[in-house]
Ligand binder design. Structure first.
Ligand SMILES: CC(C)(COP(=O)(O)OP(=O)(O)OC[C@H]1O[C@@H](n2cnc3c(N)ncnc32)[C@H](O)[C@@H]1OP(=O)(O)O)[C@@H](O)C(=O)NCCC(=O)NCCS
Length: 137
């Protein structure tokens, strides 16, 4: 297959279509508009996209201080293209970006049922007495 990878921002339409198709938009629970989600992608420290011709089929992004911490967000693959290694490729590209930037600590919040996807890529759950924590406002 003739896919190509790019660190340029997709168009709003490409991004919104993938958000919808992957179902990731549901996890935002209607709290943000599509425009805000696109703005969030644009404000990322780094994002990476895979295309089949002009269709965005996989995407992932990170927010970071650029020195020692990075948080992976919004990894999504179009269902038609899932289970072909594209999600793995996206996360590996994000890890490579961190390695090349000297960042040794990468965090993420796994969606329900996706933790084994990340475990296969080397991520580990934090220790029970040092859990990740969040405050939902
Ligand atoms: C999670 C997601 C990104 C995975 O993308 P994908 O392209 O299908 O994954 P890959 O084909 O690269 O899978 C890589 C490996 O992880 C495994 N894997 C993928 N999804 C998995 C899951 N939900 N549970 C367990 N293993 C999984 C694959 O079997 C594969 O294993 P292998 O290397 O031994 O063959 C995709 O299902 C998706 O976009 N889901 C909807 C959005 C979402 O929930 N994103 C996660 C937000 S935290």
């Amino acid at each position: 297959m003739n896919f190509f990878i790019s660190d340029k921002l997709p168009t709003f339409e490409q991004f919104a279509n993938l958000h919808e198709a992957s179902g990731l938009i549901k996890s935002k629970k209607g709290n943000y508009t599509r425009e805000q989600l696109y703005q969030a992608a644009n404000n990322s420290w780094y994002h990476i996209s895979i295309y089949d011709q002009d269709q965005l089929i996989a995407f992932g992004r990170m927010i970071s201080d650029g020195i020692y911490q990075a948080l992976i967000c919004d990894v999504m693959v179009d269902p038609t293209y899932q289970k072909q290694g594209l999600g793995k490729q996206i996360v590996e590209e994000l890890i490579t970006k961190c390695k090349n930037s000297g960042i040794h600590s990468i965090q993420l919040f796994s969606a329900k049922g996706k933790q084994h996807f990340y475990k296969k890529l080397g991520f580990e759950e934090r220790e029970l007495d040092a859990p990740g924590m969040s405050l939902i406002l």
